[in-house]
Design a protein around this ligand. Sequence first.
Ligand SMILES: Cc1cc2nc3c(=O)[nH]c(=O)nc-3n(C[C@H](O)[C@H](O)[C@H](O)COP(=O)(O)O)c2cc1C
Length: 439
Amino acid sequence: MSASHGPYLPPRPSSPDISAPHRSRLNADVERFARTGLPIDLEGYLQDAYDLDVSGSYGGRPIRNPWGLASGQLSMRTRQVGEAIDSGLGFVVLKTVIAQDRQGEQSMRAWAIKASRMTVEPIVGRRTRERGWTVSWRGRGWWQSLESYVRLLEESLAMASDRRVSVIPSVKFHLPAAEDEDWRTDEYAATMAAIGGAFVRSGAASLLIEKDFSPTLAGSDRASSRATVLRWLAGAPRLIRQHSPIPARVGLKLFNALFDDDFQLELLRAAHRGDGADYVIYGNRLFDPDRVYDGQKGIAHGGPDLSDRNLDVLSAFQAERGPGDPRLDISGTGNIDSGRMAVEYALRGCSSFQMHTLFQLPSEAFSMKQGSKFARALHRLLFDPADGFIAWMLHAARRLGTKHRLLDVARLANSHRPEELRAALGGVARTGERGASAR
Ligand SMILES: Cc1cc2nc3c(=O)[nH]c(=O)nc-3n(C[C@H](O)[C@H](O)[C@H](O)COP(=O)(O)O)c2cc1C
């Protein structure tokens, strides 16, 4: 692999560099599967047809494929989770529940409000001028009882158990608003007893859990001090593990704070420090204090600005890691609307991808006209000949000299500088150059 240093960035190729037989197979497959639906053994098919191993890793555990349903409005009901599993996703993260103590008190109850109206809207990236989509809503967490959440979890675990699909609860626990405020450990104890109980009853010996730091936190007084936010990252995982009835691996879903990129880097460093997170999800949506929706000023948004910022921060983080530094599993989230974008996240070390907006796009966005939104999205993510995962993984593997294996490509990010990878790839990166000019 050739190495390149300095500011030179090769032009982004307009089409993936793949063999002629693979190209014609892809052109045939995209049309065929749009008509017939995806193959039942999707992973087996990709291995046979493209020698492509899509095994991923989430929270340090193997997953059959890297595609996940991110926490949100699409994982609130058993039927939705069942549809996601049946459609072939590799993991499902349930909607974020708000923790409570034994009396049912919730310190974060401001996040437990119902907001049903959502609008899927086009959005243009401020820097790249690329077009994408965002979902506007006055979003918050689970507003029903903890008992009903535990039921959803149990039913989801039961459906997933013989399908090799991971189900992950997501919780917003108490976070002290000031440096001298104590942690409300009662909330951690009562909520982990309930959630851990569901795993124990399902026969699991351990559990995975996402700790949500939602983008709306960025707009709250709680997150106005950098030191307070950093204290959360050190303290919350320990409390979750301590109060879980079975061994728990804790993923911190990092948010985009209102501070600068250097602070985002600081968050990633903090998550990797000491006995903090077991894995990381990077990174939740951007908060715009001036954006108005449904009478509310200050809402979260996604789209090209989100992936632009996330990729840039992940690149900077990879660049500063030394060979002996700890590296946690990173699950990428944020405007993953194509397989090509997923490869961008993989090239920055992500071994799984979780989407929300993509599954909410209007039907016109998908060339497959049958099946669930999850199946249509998978079809688009994988088989799109211009922007799909198969095409760009084969391109990346060919240029980097690796096998057609997602985990090999993701691992390269741990041993090479981001600009080296970009140079070797002929600039797969559609974004992520912001740092080169800004820093
Ligand atoms: C309508 C909606 C609801 C969401 N609810 C949650 C939530 O409850 N917990 C959470 O951790 N993330 C939540 N998210 C963030 C998503 O899980 C995801 O990480 C983020 O939107 C970036 O991915 P995307 O660009 O594919 O949407 C929500 C996002 C949307 C659009």
